[in-house]
Design a protein around this ligand. Structure first.
Ligand code: ADP
Ligand code: MG
Length: 240
């Protein structure tokens, strides 16, 4: 309001605008600025590794992925219902891209999102436990409406690490949403959460109310690099 009142007042005077209309305009500007700042702050707090949106995501490249169902999740009802979401598929199939785009959409809706890799989360939990501040860390995690855990399955954890991760997942059950991406099908999660019993208990909770997307297919990264290579080769061919 401080930045804009003089300019708007001049314009209002020139247009013979009523005072209440001027005040409304000024207030609307302030409200819009505040809401934009709040969105930017939530996006910063989420800690996305990059900012990727659905406008740069090519759904035709992933025919197995139901576009309408994915876009429906940007409306955020699943967060209010404490549902989870799992994106499963091989490397380069767009899991991280979709996870970030969903997270961004939810930040814009006013949801609090935290995005991190499974390895990072386990390290944070282990360090917090060593320093006797695990409860505090869990409490701060709890403030987020969505905890997005990327890349579950690339690294396996120690038994203690797996138990800590299990604790976080189980704790959110039916209270707060989780978004998990993994290169492993559920049947192979035993490799990450050593022990059949813990894996079964975890999957039971995670998938109880869950939107599951299988994104298998060719790696987008791989396809793109092959395309670039072909382009280069064909240019070489022409000039030869
Ligand atoms: P994953 O997490 O499954 O390994 P990423 O989401 O990191 O895959 O995707 C790898 C790269 O390819 C990223 O740069 C991503 O933006 C891009 N990408 C993947 N799938 C698509 C797609 N369908 N449309 C546009 N870009 C894509
Ligand atoms: Mg990824």
């Amino acid at each position: 309001m401080l930045a804009e009142w003089e300019k708007l007042a001049r314009e209002a005077a020139a247009r013979n605008q009523a005072y209440d209309a001027y005040l409304l305009q000024l207030t609307e500007l302030e409200v819009a600025a505040r809401s934009a700042n709040a969105i930017a702050a939530r996006i910063r707090a989420a800690g996305f590794p990059a900012l990727k949106d659905f406008d740069t995501f090519d759904f035709t490249a992933t025919p197995n992925l139901a576009k309408q169902k994915v876009l429906e999740l940007t409306r955020g009802e699943w967060i209010d219902q404490h549902f989870n979401c799992c994106l499963l598929g091989g490397s380069g199939t767009g899991k991280t891209h979709v996870a970030i785009a969903l997270g961004l959409a939810l930040c814009r809706l006013g949801k609090r999102v935290k995005f991190l890799t499974a390895a990072k989360l386990v390290t944070l939990l282990e360090v917090a436990q060593q320093q006797h501040r695990l409860d505090r860390l869990l409490a701060t995690r709890d403030r987020f409406d969505l905890l997005a855990v990327d890349e579950l399955g690339y690294l396996s954890f120690s038994r203690a690490g797996a138990e800590l991760l299990f604790q976080v997942f189980a704790d959110r059950y039916e209270r707060r949403s989780l978004l998990i991406t993994s290169n492993l099908p559920f049947g192979e999660w035993g490799q990450v959460f050593q022990g059949e019993r813990m894996t079964a208990a975890l999957l039971d909770r995670l998938t109880h109310q869950c939107h599951i997307f299988e994104m298998n297919g060719e790696s987008y990264r791989f396809r793109e690099s092959m395309k670039t290579k072909k382009d280069k080769d064909s240019k070489k061919g022409k000039s030869a």
